[in-house]
Design a protein around this ligand. Structure first.
Ligand SMILES: Cc1cc2nc3c(=O)[nH]c(=O)nc-3n(C[C@H](O)[C@H](O)[C@H](O)COP(=O)(O)OP(=O)(O)OC[C@H]3O[C@@H](n4cnc5c(N)ncnc54)[C@H](O)[C@@H]3O)c2cc1C
Length: 402
C-alpha cells in the first residue's frame, strides 16, 4: 500500500469519476437526497463534448431524470413515434407505446452536467490516472480523498480496474456517424439485423433536424459465434452500407467505441467504491442501449452514497448499491441475457419480427426489454413460439402495425 505523496489532500463526501449520464445522474441522485453533500464531479473532458453513441434516449431515461427534478433535457428536440425492425425480408414497423428521442450526446450530456452543477455539484476537468487505498481511505492521484467514490468513467473505467472483484464481461464494438435524413427514413428509428456476429445490426435514428444518426455494431469477443474475422473500421462501415445503403457516403463524424454488455449476474463489491453505467458493465446485450442503465444506476448510487454518509458508514454504500440495483434490474438483466443468447439464432430474430408484426403486445414487450427494464413474460414466449411455428409453415405479407 503506497502512502500518498502529495502534500495536500482535499477530502470530499462523494467523488464521481466521469460526468457522462451515469456520473451526472449520480450527483443528481445524491444531491436530491442530501442537498448539503460535498460532491466533486471529475471528467477528463470539457463539456459540451461528443460521445460515440446512437443518441437514442428511451422514455425510461426521462422517468428517472424526472424523479430527481430534471424535466427539460429534451427541450427543442423532436420525439419519434415509430420503430422499424427488419432482417432480410422479415419486417415490422410499429408505433411505440411511448416516444423515444434522438439527441446528440454533445447536447444531452452537457444539459445533464449543467443540472448536476445547478444542484450543487462541483465540476472539475481532471483525468484520473490512479486510484489507491490508504488504509480505509480512497485517494485519487495522491490528492483527492473520497469518503465514497463512484466510478462513472465509461467502458474503459479506471475505477473498475482498481476493484479486482468487479470482473469483466462480453463486449460489442460499434461505429456511428451522421448523414442527411432521406424522406424514406424520416420520423422513425430503423434497425436492420445483419449476418455477422449475432445479433449484429445497423441503425438509422432520425434526429428530427435533417440529420440521422447511422451506425452498425456487433460482438467482438465471442469466438464461438459465426461471422469470420474481428471487426475493423472497414468491415463495420461496409456492413452499415450493405444494410442501410447510402448511409456511409455522405456521413460525417465517424467514431467507434466498445460497449461492455451486461451478463447473467451483476456484481458490485462491498465498500465505499460504487460502479455505475458502462463502468459497471451495464449495456443491454440485445440492443446496445446503455443510457437508461447509466442514469438509473447513477441515481441509485447517489442515493446509496448519501444514505451511507448520513449514517456515518461510507463503507456500507457498496452493499446498499448492489441491493438497490439488483432490486431494480436483477431479473431484467437475466432475461436480457437469455434473450441475447436466443437471438444469436437468426431464426429467433425472424420469429420475433414476425410475432411483433402480428401482435402489438409482443412488439411492446420486445421494446420494453430492449430499451427499459422489461422481462420475458409467458405471453411474450407464446407469441415468439407462434412466430417460430409460422416461420416453418407460411410466409405472411410484411406487416405494418398502426
Ligand atoms: C456506437 C454506440 C452507439 C450507442 N447507442 C446507444 C443508444 O442509441 N442509446 C443508448 O441508450 N445507449 C447507446 N449506447 C451506449 C451508451 O453510449 C452508453 O451506455 C452510455 O454512454 C453510458 O454512459 P456512462 O455515463 O456510463 O459513460 P460515458 O457516457 O462513456 O461517460 C463516461 C465519462 O467518463 C469520462 N472519463 C473516462 N475516463 C476518465 C478518467 N480516467 N478520468 C476522468 N474522466 C474520465 C469520459 O470523458 C466520459 O465523459 C451506444 C454506444 C455506442 C458505442
Amino acid at each position: 500500500m503506497t502512502p500518498p505523496r502529495g502534500e495536500h489532500i482535499e477530502t470530499w463526501d462523494l467523488v464521481i469519476v466521469g460526468a457522462g449520464p451515469a456520473g451526472a445522474a449520480t450527483a443528481l441522485g445524491a444531491l436530491a437526497h442530501a442537498p448539503g453533500l460535498r460532491v466533486l464531479l471529475l471528467d477528463r473532458a470539457d463539456f459540451p463534448r461528443d460521445k460515440c453513441c446512437g443518441d437514442g434516449i428511451a422514455p425510461h431515461v426521462l422517468d428517472v431524470l424526472r424523479s430527481v427534478g430534471v424535466h427539460d433535457v429534451t427541450d427543442g428536440w423532436t420525439p419519434l413515434g415509430r420503430l422499424e425492425l427488419s432482417r432480410h425480408e422479415q419486417r415490422v414497423t410499429g408505433r411505440l407505446a411511448r416516444p423515444v428521442w434522438v439527441i446528440p450526446r454533445e447536447v444531452f450530456d452537457a444539459r445533464l452536467v449543467e443540472r448536476a452543477v445547478a444542484a450543487g455539484a462541483v465540476l472539475r476537468r481532471h483525468r484520473v490516472s490512479d486510484v489507491s487505498w490508504v488504509g480505509p481511505r480512497v485517494v485519487l492521484d495522491d490528492r483527492i480523498e473520497a469518503r465514497v467514490l463512484v466510478g462513472a468513467d465509461g467502458a474503459h473505467s479506471i475505477v473498475r480496474s482498481s476493484l479486482t472483484s468487479a470482473g469483466g464481461g462480453r463486449r460489442a464494438l460499434a461505429i456511428r456517424g451522421y448523414s442527411p435524413t432521406p424522406d424514406s427514413r424520416r420520423g422513425r428509428q430503423i434497425i436492420r439485423y445483419g449476418d455477422r456476429r449475432q445479433p449484429s445490426y445497423a441503425w438509422a435514428f432520425d434526429r428530427g433536424d435533417g440529420l440521422t444518426n447511422v451506425g452498425y455494431g456487433e460482438f467482438v469477443d465471442d469466438h464461438r459465434s459465426p461471422g469470420g474475422e474481428a471487426p475493423t473500421r472497414a468491415i463495420l462501415l461496409g456492413e452499415l452500407d450493405r444494410l442501410l445503403p447510402g448511409s456511409v457516403e455522405d456521413g460525417v463524424g465517424w467514431r467507434a467505441h466498445h460497449l461492455p454488455l451486461s451478463g447473467w449476474r451483476w456484481r458490485q463489491p462491498d465498500g465505499p467504491v460504487l460502479l455505475t453505467g458502462d463502468a459497471a458493465g451495464l449495456v443491454n446485450p440485445m440492443t446496445g442501449e446503455g443510457i437508461y442503465y447509466a442514469v438509473a444506476t447513477g441515481v441509485l448510487a447517489g442515493r446509496s452514497a448519501a444514505r451511507a454518509l448520513a449514517a456515518g458508514s461510507p463503507a456500507a454504500a457498496g452493499a446498499a448499491h448492489r441491493g438497490a440495483v439488483r432490486r431494480l434490474l436483477g431479473r431484467h438483466l437475466k432475461h436480457t441475457w437469455v434473450a441475447s443468447r436466443l437471438t444469436r439464432r437468426p431464426a429467433v430474430v425472424d420469429a420475433g419480427i414476425r410475432a411483433a408484426g402480428r401482435s402489438q403486445h409482443v412488439f411492446d414487450s420486445l421494446v420494453e426489454i430492449g430499451l427499459g427494464d422489461g422481462r420475458i413474460t409467458p405471453r411474450l414466449t407464446a407469441g415468439l413460439a407462434s412466430g417460430l411455428v409460422a416461420g416453418l409453415t407460411i410466409h405472411p405479407p410484411q406487416p405494418d402495425l398502426r
